[in-house]
Design a protein around this ligand. Structure first.
Ligand SMILES: [Fe+2]
Length: 169
């Protein structure tokens, strides 16, 4: 992947990396698969990015979170993931509770081979909605995640619950 100047990989390059890696059986075979448990391995990522392969047992979900100002992409390597996201750009700092307007919720299903990129203000949650099928996905972030903010959602109200300094998802 070619970094663009000093600004790191573009969204298109991050997404291309996620797709290419999600289609690489040699990479996916390294992921430990433990029934009922999440699993993950880190990957070397181009252009100074950070990448992970994540295994999702049935019903696993991230909860609402952002990526601390990093942009990124992910692609489903097997199974299906459902993403809920907020279609407006939210400030990353300076608030604890926000009331969202109507019509800003988005939902998309990412079946095997599908992926998406997202910008630095992206707030979402991702779930493996299957009751029976494990899912595997590839995630890449630039710059490497400095932190993640976690939120609870109560109807329209988004509430910051904590800031994590270490990579979890
Ligand atoms: Fe995320």
């Amino acid at each position: 992947m070619r970094p663009t100047g000093n600004d790191g990989p573009t969204l298109g390059e991050l997404l291309e990396f996620a797709h290419r890696t999600a289609a690489d059986p040699g990479v996916l075979a390294r992921l430990p698969r433990r029934p009922g448990e999440r699993s993950w391995i880190s990957l070397p990522a181009p252009g100074g990015a950070e990448a992970w392969v994540i295994g999702w047992p049935p019903g696993a979900e991230t909860g609402w979170h952002d990526h601390g100002g990093s942009r990124g992409a992910f692609a489903t390597a097997s199974g299906l993931l459902r993403e809920s996201s907020i279609a407006v750009e939210l400030p990353t700092e300076g608030w604890r509770v926000l009331e969202l307007a109507d019509g800003v919720d988005r939902r998309r299903e990412l079946s095997t081979g599908r992926g998406r990129a997202f910008g630095p203000h992206h707030v979402h949650q991702v779930v493996n909605p299957s009751r029976t099928e494990h899912a595997v996905s590839v995630h890449v972030y630039y710059p490497p995640l400095p932190l993640m903010r976690r939120y609870t959602r109560d109807g329209r109200v988004l509430r910051l619950t904590r800031t994590e300094q270490t990579q979890e998802w």
